[in-house]
Design a protein around this ligand. Structure first.
Ligand code: DGI
Length: 139
């Protein structure tokens, strides 16, 4: 993958409440091209694998229960400076600290149910993209 790609997923609360279209519109209007997209429902075990880095944290059980509570929409996105620009577009993990105009400010309900994910490095973008998408899907 080039360094101009990042990985995102619209999380269960935002999908269930019908915000997927609005969120995708914001992402495209910010200049990101959708490279790959699908809708999946993770098991708690698969959600746990995705967030394995947090397995010792007190919020891990709640996080994996939440992430397996309904369908999500994973996507690979492409744009210059994709990782940093996308983190800026989604805003802080805790929506109470997210800036006006960010996706989390508009759609996140809490630090856990925070509407959307964005990779925090090029390396993780690649790992996370490969977690959800086969090579043939990443065009
Ligand atoms: O990259 P982010 O999603 O912004 O944040 P992260 O990678 O540090 O954490 C991954 C997810 O774990 C985050 O989107 C929500 C959850 N999380 C992180 N910190 C906390 C948390 N959940 C709770 N309840 N409390 C936390 O302090």
């Amino acid at each position: 993958m080039t360094t101009n790609r990042t990985f995102t997923m619209i999380k269960p609360d935002a999908v269930a409440e019908g915000h997927s279209g609005a969120i995708i519109k914001i992402i495209e209007e910010a200049g990101f091209r959708i490279v790959a997209i699908k809708k999946v429902h993770l098991t708690k075990e698969r959600a746990g694998q995705f967030y394995a880095v947090h397995q010792e944290r007190p919020f891990y059980d709640g996080l994996t229960t939440y992430m397996s509570s309904g369908p999500i929409i994973p996507m690979i996105l492409e744009k210059d400076n994709a990782v940093a620009d996308f983190r800026k577009l989604i805003g802080a993990t805790n929506p109470a600290q997210a800036e006006e105009g960010t996706i989390r400010k508009q759609f996140a309900k809490s630090v856990e149910s925070n509407a959307i994910h964005g990779s925090d490095s090029d390396e993780n973008a690649k790992i996370e993209s490969d977690f959800f998408f086969a090579g043939l899907e990443q065009f």
